[in-house]
Ligand binder design. Structure first.
Ligand code: IPD
Ligand code: CA
Ligand code: CA
Length: 285
């Protein structure tokens, strides 16, 4: 099959799954009677709706591709199928804290990897009914209209999304320095609370750049393809375009903004990377 037809077919399933989860999110948004909140880890919330969304998404995918692997934040099915050619990387609700607080900034994120490479992805904001989509080699869209990263040549006048490492506060000192440097050079910063939408907004040129560490593949699998297909660069904090799945640290923007953000990160890179290595080593044990 022509690979573009193949990627389009995956994207169509991802969109179908994201929209069905989106309906659940909208139906339960700000409904204290139906939303049950619990804490998975410190400051890491999950609700019954996250789990329902994950189930709905898995059902949709497995209906069409019963052998596929699904890697979801709230895993529900076929997680062990490591030999599958395709892997669907799912965040059923990205921005759970926003969801719980009634802040209307949440998304469903689904990225599709084929033989290890991301080939399709969607980020769906069900509250605004905004659907961001991308297929490898075919560009990125918002509600079917082509989108592109902004064309800023430097950080001057830019709006940059950041976040605090709220669940891994050992990185706070390095993070503060990086953010301070970015703040000194840009127009303003945003901390919006939904990583997949930060990436989607960079792809759409609403934000000029974004950096965050301590992420998981489901936070960025779809969004990083959106940014690349919209003409942006995506790497880890050292500028490596293949390493962010391992480190969970991502920096992106138009080529110039991306480079300028790496410059803001660079003075703290050594100390940041040392802590990251220690964390990864401890996890392996
Ligand atoms: C979180 C959001 C947030 C980011 C966190 C993520 P969740 O995802 O994407 O923007 O700063 O690191 O964990 O927990 O709401 O799916
Ligand atoms: Ca997430
Ligand atoms: Ca989530």
């Amino acid at each position: 099959m022509n690979p573009h037809h193949q990627y389009r077919a995956y994207l169509n399933i991802a969109v179908k799954a994201a929209r069905s989860a989106g309906r659940l999110i909208v139906r339960n948004f700000e409904n204290a009677d139906t939303v049950q909140v619990s804490e998975k880890n410190k400051d890491d919330l999950v609700t019954n709706i996250d789990r329902e969304c994950q189930r709905t998404i898995a059902e949709t995918i497995l209906h069409f591709y019963p052998e596929d692997r699904i890697t979801g934040e709230e895993n529900s099915a076929n997680t062990e199928n490591v030999s599958a050619e395709r892997e669907w990387i799912v965040d059923p609700i990205d921005g759970t804290t926003n969801f719980v607080k009634g802040i209307p900034h949440v998304a469903v994120s689904i990225g599709v990897k084929f033989r290890g490479e991301t080939v399709a992805g969607c980020v769906y904001d069900p509250i605004l009914d905004e659907l961001f989509t991308a297929e490898k080699g075919s560009g990125a869209q918002l509600n079917d209209r082509k989108i592109h990263v902004s064309n800023r040549q430097s950080l001057n006048g830019t709006i940059i999304a950041v976040s605090y490492p709220h669940r891994k506060r050992q990185y706070l000192d390095e993070y503060r320095d990086m953010m301070n440097r970015a703040f000194d050079r840009c127009a303003d910063l945003r901390r919006m609370g939904t990583a997949s939408l930060d990436l989607a907004y960079v792809a759409a040129g609403r934000l000029d750049g974004y950096f965050e560490a301590c992420l998981y593949p489901w936070d960025f699998a779809a969004g990083e393809l959106l940014v690349r297909e919209a003409g942006g660069f995506v790497t880890d904090f050292s500028g490596d375009k293949d390493a962010f799945y391992k480190s969970g640290a991502i920096v992106c923007g138009s080529p110039h903004v991306h480079k300028a953000l790496l410059d803001c990160i660079a003075p703290d890179l050594k100390s940041f990377s040392k802590k990251l290595e220690e964390e990864l080593k401890a996890k392996e044990k």
